[in-house]
Design a protein around this ligand. Structure first.
Ligand code: AMP
Length: 190
C-alpha cells in the first residue's frame, strides 16, 4: 500500500476517530483531528478555543476560516510531510477546496478518502452509549441530533466531491474494530 495522504470520512459515531488512530499508527504517520485540536484549544482557553467553544457545545460546525487555519498550521508541521490521516477535516465543501489548495502548496494532493458507511440508527446508538461514559460534553441526545443533521447537510456532499476526483473508497463501518480496520487496509491496498 503506498497511499499515505489520507482522509477518513464518516458520520459522527461511525468510528472514524478510532480507525484513524489505528491506521495512522500502522502506517507510522500522524493522525490529524481538528476536533481534538479544538478541544485542546478550548481547554487552554486560547483565542481559537474561545471562538470555537459555543459552536462545539451546540454540535454545530466551527466557522470554516477558524478550522482551515488550525488544519493548515498542523499540516505544515515536519511530521506531516511524509503523510497523515485526516480525521474530521474537511467537513464542508469550502474546507475541502481549501485543503486542496493547502496540499498543492505543500507538495501533493490527497491520495485516498476512505468513507466509513454505517446506518444512522447504529451510529446514534453508539453515540448515546458514548454519552453514558460522559467523556465528551457534546455527547447528549440533542447535540447528537444536531451533529447528525450537520453531517447530512454539510459533510455528506464531500462524498461526491471525492468520488468526482476518483479517490473515494467506501468501507462498511458496521462491525468490530479489528474487522473494520482490516476492511480499510484491504480497500487501501486495491
Ligand atoms: P469531532 O471530534 O471531529 O467530532 O469534532 C467535535 C466538534 O468540533 C464538532 O462537532 C465541531 O463543533 C468541531 N469541529 C471539528 N472539526 C471541525 C471541522 N472540520 N469543521 C468545523 N467544525 C469542526
Amino acid at each position: 500500500m503506498s497511499a499515505r495522504l489520507l482522509l477518513l470520512l464518516g458520520a459522527p459515531g461511525a468510528g472514524k476517530g478510532t480507525q484513524a488512530v489505528r491506521l495512522a499508527k500502522d502506517l507510522g504517520i500522524p493522525q490529524i483531528s481538528t476536533g481534538e485540536m479544538l478541544r485542546g484549544a478550548v481547554s487552554a482557553d486560547s483565542e481559537v478555543g474561545r471562538l470555537a467553544r459555543g459552536y462545539m457545545d451546540r454540535g454545530e460546525l466551527v466557522p470554516d476560516s477558524v478550522v482551515i487555519e488550525v488544519a493548515e498550521q498542523r499540516l505544515k508541521q515536519p511530521d506531516a510531510q511524509g503523510g497523515f490521516v485526516l480525521d474530521g477535516f474537511p467537513r464542508t465543501l469550502a474546507q475541502a477546496r481549501a485543503l486542496d489548495a493547502i496540499l498543492e502548496r505543500l507538495g501533493g494532493p490527497l491520495q485516498r478518502c476512505v468513507a466509513l458507511t454505517v446506518e444512522e440508527d447504529v451510529v446514534v446508538e453508539r453515540l448515546l452509549k458514548r454519552a453514558e461514559s460522559g467523556v465528551r460534553g457534546d455527547d447528549n441526545e440533542e447535540t447528537i441530533r444536531t451533529r447528525m443533521g450537520v453531517y447530512r447537510r454539510q459533510t455528506e456532499p464531500l462524498l461526491d466531491y471525492y468520488r468526482g476526483s476518483g479517490i473515494l473508497v467506501e468501507v462498511d463501518g458496521d462491525g468490530g474494530i479489528d474487522e473494520v480496520a482490516k476492511r480499510i487496509r484491504e480497500a487501501l491496498a486495491d
